[in-house]
Design a protein. Structure first.
Length: 567
């Protein structure tokens, strides 16, 4: 019996980036195959070469990248074609039609000047040759499949009018619009809550069964790998160090690095317990073990933040004369309090109002009504100049790291800037030393000071944003999906860092995330939000282990990788 030719063969692929400081070997002579109808997961830490490998498949790397090897693509029994040697016209015909890609950062992947519907319709019309009316109907159907609310209305909305999870679902709909033979999914569910994540994965698997589609899944979420992948490829510093059947690799990993990735997941550890961290020691056959000591907590019961009946409403449909006939209630009568030194976890599905609530507290968007009392001061009654003065103590780590950094400013200067504005430290040298110290705390090198945002991976950019938010030693922080883009090992480092800083400085924080295992680990209490309202609130362990509300139970049931354990 003849063996069928794999859909994709990666043979001896090496990718080298030329720069003034010297060459960087991002991918070092890797080889793997993707069979027809297979889901192959590529996992590894941020900067291991996962995304660079994926971008090379569609010739999307910059010109300074030197690529060698073969990327053989075989479709419908036709002779294999090398994707690396295709001319521009040929590869453009392949992109989107035969091979589609879901990018990691939807905000930077969607054009801000075109509506979401137009961008999906454009792809359908380009590759399928249908008219505008047919393309519009197909787009509505795709939006329904990825569970976007009000698909007909959403077609005419712009990317900035959608939540992070909704933008990611638009990208997924676009990628799937032409039923590609190969789908490259680069962290496709990073910005999604667990219930939508489960729906999207089921959708991908269903389309795979219907069309025989293959998937290259790039992810740091080992739970996803356990739930969906047929094979797994583990990358470390540009090399493949372990590969094979997903169940075999995850249940009985042979390499210490793979064991370390599994071991550092928050779901395997008690609340506040220091997480093991994968470090350079892995090359010597071991990993860093975290101590079992829990950070000391501040037992002061004083309330630092009190939110009373907070509402954030937006006008919806308007009449012929411009009068609003509908109101969108993003935050609808929310009340809660946060004690000094406490970390309050906030969870809920995409679009439930989590981010809107956080930004309203920080006065980044106007509240419709209610009270926000910080240290006895009602922020809604303060003049604008007084709110500006409070920025030193109120900081936020945004969900989209690339959109949070100025592409024209080196990351060191971006971190020094707020210190200059608020007169932190005496001189330029001290500020630079402080920035380097913060970079090293989030596992980045000192010589990154003069690099620009585009020179970092998604996970590295997120760590930069976390370091920048800590530069002013704030007393109150909001973490808006601050570890969602990080691989599990770096996530463990950042969570350890947050616990250390909390123990040292006793700052108060609200931790917004769709990952309930992370929220359970880092938070003292959890609030569950749905459609602008708080539906359940309680101690983190109680909510996670014994939820009362049906909505909370559904969120927890959707957490991926429950069957995956490692000792």
């Amino acid at each position: 019996m003849l063996m069928s030719t794999p859909l994709l063969q990666v043979n001896n692929l090496s990718i080298d980036f030329a720069a003034a400081q010297g060459n960087t070997l991002a991918v070092n002579n890797i080889s793997f195959e993707v069979g027809s109808g297979e889901i192959v997961a590529v996992v590894g830490e941020s900067g291991s070469g996962k995304s660079v490998t994926a971008l090379s498949l569609l010739q999307l790397l910059p010109r300074q990248a030197k690529i060698s090897g073969q990327l053989l693509f075989t479709k419908d029994g036709n002779p294999s074609l090398d994707l690396l040697t295709m001319d521009e016209k040929t590869i453009r015909a392949v992109r989107g039609k035969d091979i589609a890609m879901i990018f990691q950062e939807p905000m930077t992947s969607l054009n801000p000047v075109f509506t979401c519907g137009y961008q999906v319709m454009e792809v359908i019309q380009l590759h399928q040759g249908v008219n505008k009316s047919t393309a519009k109907q197909k787009t509505i159907e795709l939006f329904e499949k990825v569970q976007l609310p009000n698909p007909v209305q959403l077609i005419s909305r712009y990317p900035h009018q959608l939540s992070g999870g909704q933008k990611q679902r638009v990208m997924i709909a676009m990628a799937m619009s032409c039923n590609p033979a190969l789908l490259i999914a680069d962290e496709p569910t990073t910005a999604l809550d667990v219930t939508v994540q489960k729906t999207i994965l089921e959708l991908i698997k269903e389309l795979q069964r219907q069309n025989g589609m293959s998937v290259v899944l790039i992810t740091h979420d080992l739970g996803l790998v356990a739930d969906i992948a047929d094979k797994v490829v583990v990358m470390y510093r540009g090399k493949i160090i372990e590969a094979g059947n997903a169940v075999d690799v995850l249940k009985d990993p042979q390499q210490y690095y793979t064991k370390g990735l599994l071991r550092c997941r928050p779901s395997l550890h008690g609340k506040g317990e220091r997480l093991p961290v994968v470090g350079e020691e892995v090359e010597n056959g071991k990993w860093k073990e975290g101590s079992e000591e829990r950070p000391t907590t501040n037992d002061q019961p004083s309330t630092i933040l009190e939110v009373q009946d907070l509402k954030v409403h937006y006008p919806g449909k308007k009449s012929l004369f411009g009068k609003s006939t509908e109101t969108y209630r993003a935050v609808d009568g929310v009340s809660f309090a946060v004690s000094k030194g406490e970390t309050l976890g906030l969870v809920g599905e995409s679009g439930c109002g989590k981010t809107t609530l956080g930004r309203a507290i920080l006065q980044l968007i106007p509240a419709t009504s209610g009270r926000i009392i910080l240290n006895g001061i009602d922020l809604l009654q303060l003049p604008k100049k007084d709110v500006t003065a409070l920025r030193k103590d109120l900081q936020i780590v945004f969900q989209d790291p690339y959109g949070s950094l100025n592409p024209r400013i080196a990351i060191g200067d971006a971190m020094v800037e707020p210190m200059q504005v608020h007169n932190i430290l005496a001189n330029k040298r001290e500020r630079k030393d402080k920035v380097i110290e913060l970079l090293e705390k989030v596992n980045l090198k000192a010589d990154f000071f003069n690099r620009y945002p585009h020179q970092f991976s998604g996970g590295q950019r997120q760590r930069i944003c976390i370091a920048r938010s800590l530069a002013l030693n704030p007393s109150f922080l909001i973490f808006d999906e601050s570890v969602s883009a990080l691989d599990v090992s770096v996530q463990a480092q950042v969570l350890n860092l947050l616990n250390d800083l909390k123990a040292e400085f006793g700052f108060t924080s609200i931790f917004i995330s769709h990952d309930l295992s992370v929220v359970r680990y880092i938070s003292d209490r959890i609030m569950v939000m749905r459609e602008g309202k708080i539906v359940e609130e309680g101690l983190a362990e109680d909510i996670y282990i014994n939820p009362k509300h049906e909505y909370t139970k559904r969120l927890i049931d959707a957490v991926p990788g429950k069957q995956l354990s490692f000792k």
